[in-house]
Design a protein around this ligand. Structure first.
Ligand SMILES: NC(=O)c1ccc[n+]([C@@H]2O[C@H](COP(=O)([O-])OP(=O)(O)OC[C@H]3O[C@@H](n4cnc5c(N)ncnc54)[C@H](OP(=O)(O)O)[C@@H]3O)[C@@H](O)[C@H]2O)c1
Length: 295
């Protein structure tokens, strides 16, 4: 392949896995890959393997022209800038505009499931970015990433210590998906991106309620775990008591509201379509990460 593929946010968890998947594919030479990050030193190992590493900060649009120069397919990894409403959308719009100025022929973006019908506080960032990409007229691939299975490392180790997991998700379901499976799908999308525009929703193979997740985790770790079903307000109060910064509590609670309302229950086969392999079963993920859950 002679097209040059670019991955932003390449030092993040997901960005690194995409680079690994591109290299492992053998379908693109390292010299046809550009990896960008705010901190290029974090990508020294990839530079040593022949990937071109450049500095790019979406908060500094002037850094992006040089960073994106010569790239024909650009994967924009959404940032984690949730500190101030509007900041992340502004970052993403700056990146989309820079991709257009650079003459990219295909823009790919990591969005979230059904951002047009979601209870998650930051869904408008993703919808706004999707719209900005569509407005360029450039071919695109929107990759609506389901919730990472790894997100469960945030709440479940503590829940396993007490035996109780507070959840406001009710009977709502999530088909958690590993970052590695998402990265394989993103790499497949980058490698095959052409003149068509498509939107995919990347999920695990099966959706589970919190009670079902707790049962799998309890059985695999050998530790008791029960779900205490709480209201949004009770969850918010518990998070505050646990010391979570007040500014992030509405977002964390909105994940549960969104799940309870059935907005993240979808299961697709898009991971397999894009990566060529089925996503990891949730039970396998828990088995492979037993130690991380026990903490
Ligand atoms: N689906 C889910 O469950 C889920 C969960 C958490 C996050 N996410 C989203 O998915 C993204 C990737 O996940 P991850 O696990 O790899 O997150 P991560 O390890 O926390 O990485 C954060 C990412 O944001 C990038 N970033 C932050 N500020 C930036 C800026 N000013 N300009 C350009 N890039 C910037 C970082 O790039 P550099 O540091 O290399 O510059 C890095 O790629 C996150 O940023 C977030 O938008 C999804």
């Amino acid at each position: 392949m002679s097209d040059t593929l670019l991955v932003t946010g390449a030092s993040g968890h997901l960005g690194r896995l995409v680079l690994d998947a591109l290299l492992a594919s053998g379908k693109v030479a390292p010299q046809n890959i550009i990896a960008t990050s705010r901190d290029t030193a974090k990508l020294d190992a990839y530079a040593a393997r022949g990937i071109t590493v450049r500095a790019a900060d979406f908060d500094d649009p002037s850094s992006l022209d040089e960073a994106f120069a010569g790239a024909s397919r650009i994967l924009l990894v959404s940032t984690d800038a949730l500190d101030r409403p509007g900041r992340r959308l502004a970052q993403h719009k700056a990146a989309v505009a820079a991709a257009q100025r650079a003459g990219a022929r295909h823009i790919l973006y990591t969005s979230m499931p059904q951002p047009d019908d979601s209870r998650v506080t930051f869904a408008p960032d993703h919808l706004g970015t999707e719209d900005a990409i569509k407005a360029t007229g450039i071919a695109y691939t929107i990759l609506r990433n389901g919730w990472y299975a790894e997100n469960l490392f945030m709440a479940l180790p503590q829940a396993l210590r007490t035996g109780v997991w507070h959840s406001a998700t009710g009977d709502g379901r999530i088909a958690h998906v590993t970052r590695a499976d998402i990265a394989d799908a993103l790499a497949g999308a980058l490698l095959n991106a052409g003149s068509d525009s498509r939107t995919y929703t990347l999920t695990g193979p099966k959706a589970y309620t919190a009670d079902e997740i707790a049962a799998v985790v309890s059985e695999t770790t050998g530790k008791p775990l029960k779900v205490m079903h709480v209201s949004d307000a009770e969850l918010a109060a518990g998070l505050k008591q646990a010391g979570l910064p007040e500014a992030v509590i509405p977002t964390v609670v909105s994940f549960d509201t969104n799940t309870r309302d059935g907005k993240i229950a979808m299961v697709t086969n898009d991971i397999e379509r894009l990566s060529g392999h089925a996503p990891m079963a949730f039970e396998e993920f828990v088995k492979a990460n037993r130690a991380a859950f026990i903490g």
